[in-house]
Design a protein around this ligand. Structure first.
Ligand code: PLP
Length: 425
């Protein structure tokens, strides 16, 4: 690869759709484990907020890799950055200093309440890091021998053993016992439940070490956190020394119209995690904390790929592009436009749609409980209308487009959604 290629690829990809024969998934299904319930759609090209399937059909992508493709597809800045970095240095061990990792850490610290960062590759891995940090903090600073982490029912924190245990949804835990000990679940947005749990769990060697929550529950149905609830939890944590840890994996990096989800709640966490949108689709995760609770020493935690130069350059590019292109403003404006449009649909089809909720460009439309229609039915119908959406549970349809989405694309998506609703009822 020469530098000329970088120049060539900096030109936006040709917009003509890729034409091909219908994709036959049988070989794929024989060789790839069936851990996903896949839609019958094979995607092979993307540009901006659009993707194309193998037959050249165009779709408006309001899934964005599930809140991951922050800058959409084939964004020229990300394309150039990744090519330049892979030509320079794409991976070295964390046994050496990696300057671009340091630059990314500084950027994250300068733009958040955190003082220190650990880099990894995914949301689950970032949450594992937070869980380990909380346990070590409990053992070494708080002298708690059996630390408990409180998490919320209907939460989602990942698919590793510790993070499915942290996840307060039995469907993700079924058949994987024995689970990891040391977690206790409380209802979301319920202060009393937290107070009761802290009192009841505090006995002998046991005690609550940390509370791990999403600022807005994503997979659990796009349920925003309540400001008064989080502010009270902040006070409780200050009074007791319990760590307040926020899982920003789905809502961080501008998705809510603020860079970090916690900014919507008027509080600062002690620890927070990021992944999904951080690299705009290039895998990277991060666990960030205030310096007082950074108890990790050399050898305590590690990740071979974590924070490699390629992923860090991509994440820096994402953060700089959000800033340079004033994308937070776009998220606020397009989010208001989208919610207004969804509420107009609710008003028109109030027997089908029960509620619309969300922040910025993470929004959910809940279907009426008393009708047999599921979110998957609507998602499939929307796909037929050229719009990609993703369920957040059986009754909630989630809208998480790239942060670069235009007013025209939001209107187009709303029209496609209405056609889809008409088609399924
Ligand atoms: N935490 C939250 C809030 C998430 O939404 C997700 C994924 O959906 C995860 C953690 C897990 O992230 P990953 O799939 O990158 O491990």
């Amino acid at each position: 690869m020469s530098i000329d290629l970088v120049e060539n690829l900096s030109i936006p990809a040709e917009s003509a759709p890729v034409l091909g024969s219908p994709y036959d998934p049988s070989s794929f299904d024989r060789s790839v484990m069936t851990t996903y319930g896949r839609f019958p759609l094979a995607l092979e090209k993307g540009e901006g907020c659009k993707v194309w399937d193998t037959q050249g059909r165009e779709y408006l992508d309001f899934v964005a890799g599930i809140a991951t493709c922050t800058l959409g597809h084939a964004h020229s800045a990300l394309v150039e950055t990744v090519i330049r970095q892979i030509q320079t240095l794409h991976h070295v061990s964390n046994l050496y200093y990696i300057p671009v990792q340091g630059q990314l850490a500084k950027k994250l610290i300068d733009t958040s309440c955190a003082d220190r960062v650990f880099f990894c590759n995914s949301g689950a891995e970032a949450n594992e890091g937070a869980i380990k940090l909380a346990r070590k903090y409990a053992h070494t600073v708080k002298k708690i021998d059996e630390p408990i982490i409180l998490t919320a029912t209907a939460s989602f924190h990942g698919r590793t053993l510790a993070t499915i245990t942290a996840t307060g949804q039995p469907k993700y835990q079924k058949d994987f016992s024995p689970l990891v000990p040391g977690f206790h679940y409380v209802p979301y947005n319920d202060v009393k439940a937290v107070e009761t749990a802290i009192t009841e769990l505090d006995s002998g060697d046991r005690g609550v070490a940390a509370i791990l929550l999403e600022p807005l529950q994503g997979e659990g149905g796009v349920r925003p956190g309540d400001r008064a609830y989080f502010q009270r939890l902040r006070d409780i944590c200050d009074e007791t020394g319990i760590l307040l840890m926020l899982d920003e994996v789905q809502v961080g990096v501008g998705r809510t119209g603020k860079l970090w989800g916690y900014e919507n709640l008027g509080i600062e966490p002690d620890v927070f995690t990021s992944a999904k949108g951080l690299g705009g689709g290039i895998p990277i995760g991060a666990m960030l904390c205030k310096s007082f609770c950074d108890v990790f020493n050399p050898g305590d935690h590690a990740s071979t790929f974590g924070g490699n130069p390629l992923a860090c350059a991509a994440a820096l590019c994402v953060l700089e592009t959000i800033e340079r292109d004033l994308l937070l403003q776009n998220v606020v404006e397009r989010g208001e436009q989208l919610r207004a449009g969804l509420k107009a649909i609710l008003a028109k089809y109030s027997n089908i749609v029960a509620e619309v909720r969300g922040w910025g460009l993470i929004n959910g439309m809940e279907l009426a409980q008393d009708i047999p229609l599921t979110s998957s039915d609507v998602v499939k119908a929307a796909m037929n209308e050229g719009l990609l959406l993703v369920p957040a549970g059986p009754k909630v349809i989630r809208f998480v487009p790239p942060l670069i989405v235009s007013a025209f694309e939001v209107d187009t998506a709303l029209q496609a959604l209405e056609r889809a609703i008409i088609a399924v009822v």
